[in-house]
Design a protein around this ligand. Structure first.
Ligand SMILES: Cc1cc2nc3c(=O)[nH]c(=O)nc-3n(C[C@H](O)[C@H](O)[C@H](O)COP(=O)(O)OP(=O)(O)OC[C@H]3O[C@@H](n4cnc5c(N)ncnc54)[C@H](O)[C@@H]3O)c2cc1C
Length: 544
């Protein structure tokens, strides 16, 4: 593979590259730098007008990360030494600053084509390369196509009757106007109480004339314990960064803490309660993925965690009827099997006179009108309608590209019969196509930058292996992807995750096949499988 300038063929319309990476978030940028430093000719194609992936699109009020900032960054010491977040859980604005900083340091933008949405990709078996067509009319080819499109590239907008009739401002949180939107003194409605719904509701409650939150399923949200990071704190934290980054590949979810080596059922009631209290005070995801090792596996252990969460939460809500909707006496689904959000004052906002909670289970939306929302009970007048309705997550971004492999079938058609992706990174019938943070990898159960580096390194190592041997084609075998699929589903069946209709299972999208889309065996087990695979000469891949 050459490192010369991009080649031009025929009329100059086709750029022929070693690798096309799609997506300029953590994963795509990591791979750009990694592969470029291996001497490969790489370009990143990005649909957005800027860097940062989800942090480019999700610029709604209150958008911020639920991973602590120190761990939500690249682990390279030449990057972290000169960078600091000002808050423990940085906002989208600060994350964008971070990406600008990384760009300045690594000179990434020169190899990124912004405003270029990849629409089609076709494998050409005669030349073992991909032909890629994009929204700007460009056509490019590359030996390898690496999709770093993330898990939330396809916002989900429910098919609500009359949605188009609404005369006010209406935006999905992930398609928020880049120039912002003023909610001051407005009547704001938020549909959905997932992570984005919680965050935008907290902001709106502080400035809007009136906020109406439409909830279908309670979010079992956990206290964020946000705080400013002063110079001294940062200096002390940085002393531990090398240890922290080392540890994040050794824990279940790519953080610097892990599940406890204890069952909730093997300890006394007092010890269980004291542990729950301790984790609650730490905040963040500690009460979820830093808790007893059977919370997500055993119904009784889970029930104890739910009860603790419920009682803590209800104590913050004045009206018992509102408390019952937000934190029901009986759980609607087990604790933690839908992604808990981190909140700052989410429950207190419902004590404010300008905030109203609408329970869509008892009073569903009948239609959107020109002036608001009509439920089975009444109509709510709105100036701004916020659709915090989530994503066709994990697979939606990939299947919305018309990707055709060697069997004439698109990825979407293939996965309609069930997702198959060997190690969560490669698919039979789609040679030289790899993806990062994709289905059947730890994706949503793994801190984003951790996964970007782990999977990015594996991809880079594979491409180097091929280059060293003058090989030009790599493809997962059918039997390998079947085995991996069976493993992913079997692991899921040992957990309580299948017990909720979550996006982890695609169950939030009408008509989408309901199956676990994430490897729930933990990052260390995943890394071990990937390493073992590489060390055995890429078992389960046909290479030529
Ligand atoms: C609001 C929100 C909050 C989150 N908070 C956390 C958190 O606290 N902790 C955590 O670990 N993870 C979080 N995540 C998950 C997040 O996806 C990862 O942290 C991380 O951003 C993944 O990086 P990525 O590079 O894989 O994908 P992304 O950041 O999603 O980037 C993918 C990029 O691909 C581009 N793209 C997609 N399709 C195409 C196409 N066809 N053509 C061209 N470009 C395309 C997109 O425009 C996007 O820029 C959050 C996600 C969201 C939406």
């Amino acid at each position: 593979m050459s490192t010369t300038e991009a080649k031009r063929t025929n009329n100059g319309a086709i750029e022929d590259l070693d690798v096309i990476v799609v997506g300029a978030g953590f994963a795509g940028l990591y791979l750009l730098d990694r592969l470029r430093s291996m001497g490969m000719e790489v370009q990143v194609f990005e649909a957005g007008d800027g860097l940062g992936g989800v942090w480019y699109w999700n610029c709604y009020p209150g958008a911020r990360v639920d991973s602590p900032g120190p761990i939500y960054q690249y682990s390279r010491d030449d990057l972290w030494r000169k960078w600091q977040f000002s808050e423990l859980y940085p906002s989208w604005q600060e994350l964008r600053d971070y990406f600008r900083y990384v760009d300045e340091k690594l000179g990434l933008s020169r190899d990124i084509r912004f405003n270029r949405r990849v629409n089609e990709a076709q494998f050409d078996p005669a030349h073992n390369h991909w032909i890629v067509r994009s929204s700007d009319g460009s056509v490019a080819s590359a030996r390898y196509l690496v999709l770093c499109t993330g898990l939330s590239a396809k916002p989900y907008i429910p098919d609500l009757p009359g949605l188009g009739d609404f005369a006010g401002e209406r935006h999905h949180t992930a398609l928020w106007p880049q120039h912002g939107l003023d909610m001051v003194a407005k009547r704001v409605g938020v549909i959905g109480t997932g992570a984005s719904g919680v965050q935008v509701a907290q902001e709106a409650a502080g400035v809007a004339a009136h906020l109406t939150v439409f909830q279908r399923t309670p979010n079992l949200a956990l206290p964020m314990r946000q705080r400013k990071l002063d110079e001294d704190t940062i200096r002390r934290m940085k002393e531990k960064y090398p240890e922290m980054f080392d540890r994040r590949t050794k824990t279940f979810a790519g953080f610097d803490y892990d599940v406890l080596a204890k069952s909730a059922l093997e300890v006394s009631d007092d010890e269980r309660q004291a542990t729950f209290e301790r984790l609650w005070e730490i905040g963040g995801f500690a009460p979820w993925i830093g808790s007893f090792n059977d919370i997500l596996l055993n119904e009784e252990a889970n029930r104890a965690a739910y009860k603790f969460w419920r009682d803590k939460t209800r104590a913050r809500i004045n009206d018992p009827a509102v408390a019952e909707i937000l934190a029901p006496t009986e759980p609607i689904h087990p604790f933690g099997v839908k992604r808990p959000s981190l909140e700052q004052n989410f429950y207190e906002i419902f004590n404010q006179p300008n905030v109203k909670l609408v329970d869509l289970r008892s009073t569903p939306i009948e239609r959107v009108t020109s002036s608001g929302i009509k439920t089975a009970a009444r109509e709510y007048e709105l100036d701004i309608l916020v659709l915090a309705t989530g994503f066709d997550a994990v697979t939606g971004g990939l299947t919305s590209i018309d990707i055709r492999g060697t069997q004439g079938e698109t990825l979407k058609e293939k996965w309609a019969k069930g997702v198959r992706a060997h190690l969560g990174m490669a698919v039979a019938g789609f040679p030289n196509l790899l993806f990062v943070y994709g289905p059947q990898s730890p994706n949503a159960f793994c801190n984003g930058p951790t996964c970007a580096e782990v999977q990015g390194d594996w991809v880079a190592r594979l491409l180097d292996y091929l280059r060293q041997r003058n090989l030009t084609r790599v493809e997962a075998t059918v039997s390998a992807e079947e085995t991996w699929r069976a493993h992913v589903l079997a692991v899921a069946d040992t957990t309580l995750f299948p017990r909720a209709d979550s996006w982890y299972l695609g169950a939030n999208i009408p008509g989408k096949r309901r199956e676990m889309l994430i490897f729930a065996g933990g990052l260390p087990a995943y890394i071990a499988k990937c390493n073992e695979n590489a060390e055995r000469g890429y078992e389960g891949f046909a290479i030529s």
